[in-house]
Design a protein around this ligand. Structure first.
Ligand SMILES: Nc1nc2c(ncn2[C@@H]2O[C@H](COP(=O)(O)OP(=O)(O)OP(=O)(O)O)[C@@H](O)[C@H]2O)c(=O)[nH]1
Ligand SMILES: [Mg+2]
Length: 419
């Protein structure tokens, strides 16, 4: 099955918790703190892999999580880092993070960091100060970043075949490459794109055979539009025409119809190098149609082949190579604008709103602090309160009308406000 879209959820690893421990050595009566920091949580990356051709396996497994960092240990030992996770995707995959396009993995081997693992919590050794030489404070690890990711695959082929259903696109692909697409004498045999590698005199290029296009494809008729995006990035288009006039269709009118659809679909498509190829010249009745093409396409060149017998294919391949070597016309590469994910958005330390009589405090800074505090330790609790005080959270709560005994919610926790 060919799957070219997938929607997945990522959770980077949580940082490991910091450790609380004190040195215990013979003849050292008051050992200092020696709890190590927790290890960082694993990151999640995407990497374009040459062996991947579809997003199928990702669509079956919508959730990914990287390993959490390990806990810090006594004797100043740091916790081990959580293992990173690398998700393999085909080259040509666009990655949207929380709704914004954030990466375009064009060639194999390209790699991007999608979500970052949380930092490890600090162990009590790092809370030692001249005032507090024996701190019983350690942080919990920071939660890993999470994101909703949409993936969209746009195959990277050098040439793409377009044409009406039944024109012989799949037959041509099977003739010039090792690909074995389904071929049959009815329309819409091809339901998903096929790729094939063509080797012509030592020159390799990738050809994409997409489902046939019909009139109205740009409005979503037939299967055409769904797959036209796969040829948006090809350098050369092969416009294949059944010149036998099969079913009483006029091949020249068919040619104009497809041109029209391409134009309506995207202005980029018609600016590509387009090679007009008349197929099925082995069949009778094609002569009068060929004449018509000659008459109408005075300045434009076209090539005649029979995908079935192989006639003219050598000539076609050498034309294709010539076109691949031509410089692309300016701007024909589809512009894909990557919006850098905003990293430094100003966020206040906290915001307060009232919900059913509870004062709810939100904001990354306070929520992370809450997540990373070990409330079981008195000292950690005191440190937490001190930081909130420095942020003027108490004052702001009072301004909002919060009184002694009222409930305050921060992160997932609820506290009773005490003056
Ligand atoms: N006589 C003759 N028949 C051909 C030639 N090329 C293709 N055919 C026949 O035309 C029919 C359609 O061929 P396909 O290759 O499946 O056509 P397609 O363009 O891929 O069709 P869709 O996938 O439906 O869009 C098949 O029966 C082929 O055998 C040719 O050069 N000569
Ligand atoms: Mg086909």
């Amino acid at each position: 099955m060919f799957i070219d879209k997938a929607n997945i959820f990522l959770t980077a690893g949580r940082g490991g918790d910091g450790c609380i421990s004190f040195r215990r050595e013979k003849y050292v009566p008051l050992g200092g703190p020696n709890g190590g920091n927790g290890g960082k949580g694993g990151d999640i990356y995407f990497e374009a892999d040459p062996h991947k051709t579809t997003l199928l396996d990702l669509s079956y497994r919508p959730k990914f999580k990287a390993e959490d960092g390990y806990k810090g240990q006594p004797s100043d030992k740091y916790g081990r880092y959580g293992k990173d996770l690398i998700i393999k995707v085909p080259a040509g995959t666009l990655i949207f993070k929380n709704g914004e396009l954030f990466a375009d993995l064009k060639s194999t081997g390209e790699k991007v960091l999608a979500v970052k693992g949380g930092r490890g919590g600090r162990g009590n050794a790092s809370f030692k100060t001249t005032k507090n030489t024996a701190p019983r404070i350690a942080e919990k690890g920071e939660p890993g970043e999470t994101a909703e990711i949409n993936l969209e695959l746009r195959l990277i082929a050098d040439i793409g075949f377009v044409g009406f259903p039944n024109a012989g696109k799949s037959t041509l692909l099977s003739h010039i490459s090792a690909a074995k697409p389904k071929i049959a004498d009815y329309p819409f045999t091809t339901l998903a794109p096929n790729l094939g590698v063509v080797n012509y005199k030592g020159r390799h290029f990738v050809a994409a055979d997409i489902p046939g296009i019909i009139e109205g494809a740009h409005e979503g008729k037939g299967l055409g539009l769904e797959f036209l995006r796969h040829i948006r990035r090809t350098k050369v288009l092969i416009h294949l025409i059944d010149v036998s006039g099969f079913d009483g269709h006029d091949p020249y009118e068919n040619y104009k119809t497809i041109n029209n659809e391409l134009k309506k679909y995207s202005k980029y498509l018609t600016k590509k190098h387009i090679l007009i190829v008349l197929n099925k010249i082995d069949l009778q009745d094609c002569q009068q149609h060929i004449k018509k093409f000659k008459k109408h396409l005075k300045t434009k060149k076209f090539i005649m082949i029979s995908a079935a017998t192989g006639e003219g294919i050598e000539n076609l391949l050498s034309e294709i190579v010539k076109m691949l070597d031509k410089p692309s016309q300016s701007n024909i590469e589809e512009e894909i604008e990557i919006v850098p994910v905003k990293k430094y958005i100003y966020e206040p330390d906290f915001k307060i709103h009232k919900e059913d009589g509870v004062f709810v405090v939100t904001g990354k800074k306070v929520e992370t602090l809450t997540e990373m505090t070990k409330f079981s330790e008195d000292e950690a609790l005191r440190r937490y309160q001190n930081i909130l005080k420095k942020m003027s959270l108490e004052d702001e709560l009072e301004k909002m009308g919060c009184k002694h005994g009222d409930l305050v919610r921060i992160g997932g926790l609820e506290f009773v406000f005490e003056k």
